[in-house]
Design a protein around this ligand. Structure first.
Ligand code: PEP
Ligand code: MN
Length: 373
C-alpha cells in the first residue's frame, strides 16, 4: 500500500489546531528539575501547548553534555501533570522507546543522526509496532531525501499512522552562515512525494543562532510548513547544550507573533497577474532548459576532442576562468556569488559526467543518476 494513503493528515491529529502554526518548544536539554519546570511554566504562559526537552542527547563529541537520562522523564511527567502541556522527547534506541512510552510521553521524535541509520530506525519501528503514538522524524544529517523517506516508510510499515517530519537542516562541508544549511529543495521534494505528511521546521538547529530564528520561521511559513519546533531556555546563555540558538519564552512569543501567515489559495483575489507571471516563469524555464541542452551538447563535442587528443577532462585553468567570468557576469545581473557558483558547479559537474561517459566509450545516454539502493 502506498505510504501516503496511510499517513493521517495533520488536521486529523486530535490535538492539532490548524488555525495557527503547530508549535513545539522547550529546552534543547533537560538539565535540572527546576530548569525544566521554570521553562515549562514560562512557555505555557506564552501560549505553548507542546513541551520538548532532550533527555538522551546525541552529541558529536563524547566530552559534551549527553543528557540527564531517564531521571528527566520524571520531570517531563511533572510538566504534563502540572501544566497540562503535551510532552515530547527524542528517542534513539529501543530502550528509550520503552522508557518514554512507560512514562506517558505524548509524542516522540527521532533525531537527525538516528534517521541516517536504517538499522536503528528499523529497531525503533519494531519497538513501536502496535503503539499509536505520533512520531516526528527529523531529516537525516546527510542531504538525502530517500533516507528520510525510508525512515518514514519503516515507521508506517510498523502501523504508525500519525507520522510527521521535522526539517532541521543538513551537514555540509562548505562554510555557511547556518549551522545546518536548510537545502529547502529537500523538504519540498519530501512534501511533493508525501503531500499529506505534516512538516515542521526546526529553525534552531538550522540557524544555530537566535538571530536567524525569525527569518527562518517566516520562510517556513511561506513554504507552507505546518509548524515549528523551536528551542527555548529560561537562561539561554547558560544552557548546557546549544546555548547560542536558544531563546527565552518571551522572545519566542515575539517571534511567533511577528510571523505573517499567508495562504496557498487566498479567497477574493484576482489571479490574473499571478497567472501571467507564472506563464512568464514557465517560458523562461523552458528557455533555460534549451540553453542547458545546447551547452551540454557542446561539452560533449569537447569531450570527443579531448578523447582524440588524449587530453584530461579537467583543465584547471579553463575551469578557473569559467567560474571567475560567471561570477563577474552574475554580479552585474544582481545574482549572488553563492548562487552563481552553485549553478556553475552543477553545470560543470554535469559536463564532466558527460565527458567521462565519452572517454569511457558509453553511449552518452545519461542524465540517469544513481537511483535507489
Ligand atoms: C535536538 O532537537 O535537540 C537535536 C539533537 O536535534 P537534531 O537531531 O536535529 O540534531
Ligand atoms: Mn539542540
Amino acid at each position: 500500500m502506498e505510504v501516503q494513503t496511510i499517513i493521517k493528515k495533520f488536521a486529523d491529529w486530535e490535538f492539532v489546531n490548524t488555525e495557527k502554526p503547530f508549535l513545539i518548544a522547550g529546552p534543547c536539554s533537560a538539565e535540572t528539575e527546576e530548569q525544566v519546570m521554570l521553562s515549562a511554566y514560562e512557555l505555557r504562559n506564552a501560549g505553548v501547548e507542546v513541551f520538548r526537552a532532550g533527555i538522551w542527547k546525541p552529541r558529536t563529541r563524547p566530552d559534551s553534555f549527553e543528557g540527564v537520562g531517564s531521571v528527566g522523564l520524571k520531570w517531563l511527567q511533572r510538566v504534563k501533570r502540572e501544566t497540562g502541556m503535551l510532552i515530547t522527547t527524542e528517542v534513539a534506541n529501543v530502550k528509550h522507546v520503552y522508557e518514554a512510552l512507560r512514562a506517558g510521553v505524548d509524542i516522540l521524535w527521532i533525531g537527525a543522526r538516528t534517521t541516517a541509520n536504517p538499522f536503528a530506525i528499523q529497531e525503533i519501528a519494531d519497538a513501536l509496532s502496535g503503539v499509536d503514538i505520533p512520531v516526528f522524524v527529523k531529516n537525516p544529517v546527510n542531504p538525502d531525501v530517500n533516507l528520510w523517506l525510508g525512515a518514514i516508510e519503516r515507521l508506517q510499515k510498523a502501523g504508525i499512522t500519525r507520522i510527521g517530519a521535522i526539517h532541521r537542516g543538513f551537514s555540509v562541508s562548505e562554510h555557511s552562515i547556518y549551522r545546518n544549511p536548510p537545502s529547502w529543495q529537500i523538504p519540498i521534494e519530501l512534501k511533493r512525494r508525501l503531500p499529506d505528511l505534516p512538516l515542521l521546521c526546526d529553525p534552531s538547529h538550522i540557524g544555530g543562532k537566535k538571530e536567524l530564528l525569525q527569518s527562518l520561521s517566516q520562510k517556513a511559513m511561506d513554504l507552507n510548513y505546518d509548524g515549528l519546533m523551536i528551542e527555548s531556555h529560561p537562561d539561554p546563555d547558560n544552557a548546557w547544550s546549544d546555548a547560542g540558538q536558544q531563546v527565552t519564552a518571551a522572545s519566542l512569543k515575539m517571534i511567533i507573533k511577528s510571523l505573517v501567515l499567508r495562504q496557498v489559495n487566498p479567497e477574493g483575489i484576482s489571479y490574473d497577474t499571478l497567472e501571467d507571471l507564472r506563464f512568464r516563469i514557465d517560458k523562461y524555464d523552458n528557455e533555460l532548459m534549451d540553453i542547458l541542452q545546447k551547452r551540454m551538447e557542446t561539452a560533449e563535442a569537447i569531450g570527443r576532442y579531448k578523447k582524440q587528443s588524449n587530453m584530461t577532462i579537467l583543465q584547471p585553468d579553463r575551469w578557473g576562468e569559467v567560474i571567475e567570468n560567471s561570477l563577474e557576469k552574475g554580479r552585474k545581473r544582481g545574482l549572488s556569488d553563492r548562487f552563481t557558483s552553485k549553478i556553475f558547479k552543477a553545470i560543470h559537474e554535469e559536463s564532466i559526467n558527460k565527458q567521462t561517459a565519452i572517454m569511457n566509450g558509453e553511449s552518452g545516454l545519461n542524465g540517469q543518476s544513481n537511483k535507489g539502493k
